[in-house]
Design a protein around this ligand. Structure first.
Ligand code: HEC
Length: 210
């Protein structure tokens, strides 16, 4: 009897040790396997979440924007771009009047990357905003080696500056209902809080009475 119990305990102990060893080994193997995946995800999230998810719409940023501030920011571009009419191509193409043109066609003499040339579409405001936020995310393999402008308002300002230099499509109408919707949401939250307090007070009174 004792022998059989010993055997059973022996096997249980062995199984436990094996399980522990497996977890130990997995602990070494799994983080290495998961890590690049997670980091990649986080970086992508930062890229997209930054501009699009929160904050005012692009149309609002353009309406509030400042082309003169955009001219200052354009200092980050002049190493590679000219913007005046007939300006020379540099490392990047001349940008005079680029807004509204088909992507990667504006400067016919410039050797665009196939990543940008094959992108399709035109430089409307959404595309330009996405491009300036992260050229590489917009056209993976582009030869514009520029990290991007992470501040949405700065992007809008630079776009307005480009609009001043050669024109482009009409600016989008800012969504008028946006601030109203926010007020509505705050109002609802406030109402809910009041109701909660009301319930609490009631139940406390009931407790006192009882
Ligand atoms: C390091 C050099 C460099 C910098 C800095 C740079 N660009 Fe570029 N840009 C390029 C190159 C190169 C291309 C062509 C990309 C391709 O063909 O993939 C390009 C393409 C573009 C295009 C597309 C033009 C077209 O004809 O379709 C726009 C718009 C643009 N850049 C705007 C900007 C703005 C605005 C800035 C500053 C915020 C900037 N770039 C900073 C090198 C640069």
């Amino acid at each position: 009897m004792t022998d059989r119990l010993n055997t059973i305990f022996g096997w249980l102990l062995f199984a436990g040790v094996v399980a522990l060893m497996l977890r130990f080994v997995m602990g070494f193997v799994m983080p290495d396997a998961e890590r690049p995946e997670q980091l990649g995800y986080v970086i992508e999230g930062v890229d997209t979440g930054d501009g699009a998810a929160q904050g005012p719409a692009l149309a609002t940023l353009l309406a509030m924007g400042d082309a003169a501030a955009g001219a200052n920011s354009f200092a980050k571009c002049v190493a590679c771009h000219t913007i005046e009419a007939g300006g020379a191509e540099g490392i990047g193409p001349n940008l005079h009047g680029v807004l509204g043109t088909a992507i990667a066609t504006h400067a016919p003499g410039f050797a665009y990357s196939s990543a940008l040339a094959d992108h399709g579409g035109e430089w409307n405001y959404e595309n330009m905003d996405a491009w300036l936020a992260s050229p590489r995310a917009f056209a993976n393999g582009t030869k514009m080696s520029f990290a991007g402008l992470s501040d949405p308002q700065e992007r809008a300002n630079v776009i307005l500056y480009m609009l001043e230099n050669g024109g482009g499509p009409p600016l989008p109408e800012p969504p008028a209902e946006e601030p109203v919707a926010e007020e509505g949401a705050t109002g609802e939250a406030a109402v809910e809080e009041v109701t909660d307090e009301g319930v609490d007070a009631d139940s406390m009174e009931a407790a006192d009475a009882g």
